[in-house]
Design a protein around this ligand. Structure first.
Ligand code: HEC
Length: 317
């Protein structure tokens, strides 16, 4: 309830970009919403292609046979995430340039609730000291959620790894001078162990976009003592932020802990995913701490979200 008095500034997503209103915050009684600890770890250069190659990752054939990432690595009470993060951040594996002092993992307590005609996601996690150079000097912390409604089959099984390819900037197959951002495999002509170099022609991408074959993301950019800035966007052939986000963000650092709330209306025009009762979604979380950017974040495995009751890692009544 700490955020009750915080001023929420809503950037007018569906109206003029310049329209700003101050709204009363805290309509959800968060104390009554059950929280779930989500494990996020440092993934290094563990790309989509790396996880699917048996000679790199022994889990690959079992994944292809139908077992999802979290079913091996993130079982309730038996998560391997912190151990995996420690291995990778130390440079033992998947990280050619380890950053001294960077934590291998972080735990965020996540609550998701319906707030009138909106869905709100609240994350609470410890602030982490900066380690290494400031890669994104403008933002101390970024909190991101990716969301899908079953359109991208890989996302339900592997969460954010559906977008993390070997040729992205700072990944193992990055090409000098090419700043490739997240994409899904459906946007590429073909994939090799090095990722997908050739993007499909514009008309094919437009068709995929029209079919909803893309992922949605919500993000809060955070600096202590300043209002959070909301970003949202879509991922098909690249990470494409919206000019006027429909998502709003609140964030506050207090007592060494961040409390961040991302919200958007359940009903939003396409390409936003329709959020409706009776449906199950997949979400994945990422936190960039200590002015980090790009792959130098902590990421979660895939989590299901059921709206209107039913079964899921998160169930919103
Ligand atoms: C059948 C169980 C299984 C599945 C499913 C599986 N893995 Fe693994 N994974 C392993 C095992 C075993 C290792 C340790 C050694 C290795 O690399 O083979 C591992 C290692 C890793 C590592 C390196 C960190 C470490 O501690 O060695 C990462 C990162 C990883 N897996 C990510 C994933 C992702 C992402 C998925 C889903 C696309 C996935 N795994 C699916 C079994 C699995």
């Amino acid at each position: 309830m700490r955020l009750m008095n915080a001023k929420l500034v809503l950037a007018g997503g569906l109206l003029a970009a310049s329209a700003l209103w101050a709204l009363p915050a805290g309509a959800v009684d968060w104390a009554s919403v059950p929280g779930k600890d989500v494990n996020l770890f440092y993934p290094g250069q563990a790309s989509f292609e790396w996880v699917l190659t048996q000679t790199d990752h022994s889990g690959a054939p079992v994944f292809k046979d139908g077992k999802n990432c979290a079913q091996c690595h993130d079982l309730p009470g038996k998560s391997e995430a912190s151990k995996m993060g420690d291995t990778i951040v130390s440079g033992k594996k998947l990280e050619p340039a380890p950053i001294a002092g960077k934590p291998g993992s972080i735990v965020a307590n996540v609550k998701i609730a319906k707030d009138g005609d909106k869905l709100s996601v609240r994350l609470e996690f410890p602030d982490t000291p900066a380690a290494g150079a400031k890669m994104d000097a403008d933002n101390a912390v970024k909190v991101t959620m990716m969301l899908d409604n079953g359109k991208v089959p890989e996302f339900a099984r592997m969460g954010c790894w559906a977008t993390c390819h070997d040729n992205l900037a700072y990944m193992a197959s990055a090409q000098p001078g090419q700043d490739v951002t997240k994409y899904i495999k459906q946007s590429r002509v073909k994939l090799t162990r090095q990722g997908g170099a050739d993007v499909k022609p514009a008309d094919e991408l437009a068709k995929l976009h029209g079919e909803g074959m893309e992922l949605e993301y919500w993000q809060a950019k955070l600096n202590p003592g300043k209002p959070a800035a909301a970003v949202d966007g879509f991922i098909l052939d690249k990470r494409a932020p919206d000019a006027t986000p429909a998502v709003t963000a609140e964030g506050k650092l207090e007592g060494g802990k961040w409390v961040v709330i991302l919200s958007r209306k359940l009903a939003a025009p396409a390409p936003y995913k329709e959020l409706a009762a009776g449906k199950v979604y997949t979400v994945g979380f990422a936190i960039h701490g200590g002015f980090a950017a790009r792959r130098f974040h902590w990421v979660s495995f895939e989590h299901s979200l059921a709206i209107g009751g039913g079964e899921g890692d998160f169930v919103v009544k």
